[in-house]
Write a protein that binds this ligand. Structure first.
Ligand SMILES: Nc1ncnc2c1ncn2[C@@H]1O[C@H](COP(=O)(O)OP(=O)(O)OP(=O)(O)O)[C@@H](O)[C@H]1O
Ligand SMILES: [Mg+2]
Length: 279
């Protein structure tokens, strides 16, 4: 179905993904010929303003490819993506991005990395400092304000990237496995904090993860992808109440039902291809 004929301006959708397909030119096994690789096919999704979407799927199924397209960093081979009814033409300040292995500015301290977007927004120095202090505290980096990225661990760098994206306060947050490199305890508190921020600010979030539990805990809907070609297999509605508190949610029946359903969807193809999804 094409959305060209319906009212794209319909503001109830923050993001409309209209039948995208992404083909990469790759070298063949013998290294001499060019081949076409279908990374995404027939991909349709409508995301409401303020919705929290998580995406799970086996490694290589096209999750990052999809997020890069939403971010405007890569163009679909065919199909279109709309934000607030307008086609995406490139990266823009309305979308905060935390990419896989997202690099920090090596010449800026933790604090100055977090303040980067705020400088672009021309927020006065004192206010910038207040905001960066708040987010440094939130991601547990108090005392590390003046360190440079090379003086931090991988998980700490990732937390700076998260703080930087949140501090900038974009309407849409695109997150590619943002908590993958942090320890389990920090991860759970970051999940709760992200939900807190989301509930207060009505952001629209698209969040990629390899953890089924994380996907269910956070989302209104979980997009389950399949590979070869990368596509949506099913979208699961998560009917857990909000606000979600880790200790209450994870033992509930609804949580386990959703988790098991997604696990089965992902493992139905497991005999064909090993998935890298953890529960
Ligand atoms: N620039 C590129 N050129 C050619 N092929 C690419 C390119 N980027 C990605 N691919 C291929 O497209 C497929 C999807 O890649 P993508 O990075 O989107 O997967 P993913 O679902 O994010 O995987 P992971 O869970 O491992 O991060 C993979 O087979 C990958 O090899
Ligand atoms: Mg990826």
């Amino acid at each position: 179905m094409s959305y060209e004929n319906i009212n794209i301006k319909n503001r109830q959708y923050k993001i409309v993904v209209d039948n995208i397909r992404k083909v990469y030119d790759v070298r063949s096994q013998n290294g001499q010929d060019n081949e076409r690789f279908l990374a995404l096919d027939n991909f349709n999704l409508k995301v409401k303003k303020g919705e929290f979407i998580t995406v799970v799927g086996p490694s290589g199924c096209g999750k990052s490819t999809f997020l890069d397209i939403l971010a405007g960093l890569s163009k679909p081979t065919s199909g279109k993506v709309y934000i607030d009814g307008e086609p995406i033409t490139g990266p823009a300040l309305d979308r905060g991005i935390i990419l896989q292995g997202y690099a920090l500015f090596p010449w800026r301290t933790v604090e100055k990395n977090i303040e980067f977007g705020l400088e672009i927004k021309k927020i006065p120095k004192e206010e910038r400092k207040k905001i960066s202090e708040k987010f440094i505290e939130l991601v547990g980096l108090k005392g590390f304000e003046n360190r440079y990225p090379h003086e931090l661990s991988g998980g700490m760098k990732q937390r700076v990237a998260i703080a930087r994206a949140l501090a900038y306060d974009p309407e849409v947050l695109l997150m590619d496995e943002p908590f993958a490199a942090v320890d389990a305890q920090t991860r759970e508190s970051l999940q709760e904090e992200l939900l807190n921020i989301w509930e207060k600010t009505n952001k629209t979030i698209v969040f990629i993860t390899h953890s089924i539990e994380e996907a269910v805990f956070l989302a209104d809907r979980v997009v389950v992808m399949a590979t070869s070609p990368g596509r949506i297999k099913e979208i699961i509605n998560v009917k857990l109440p909000r606000p979600r508190i880790n200790s209450q949610i994870r033992t509930s029946q609804e949580f386990n039902l959703s988790r098991n359903k997604i696990w089965e969807l992902l493992h139905r193809d497991a005999d064909k291809k090993q998935t890298e999804v953890s529960v």
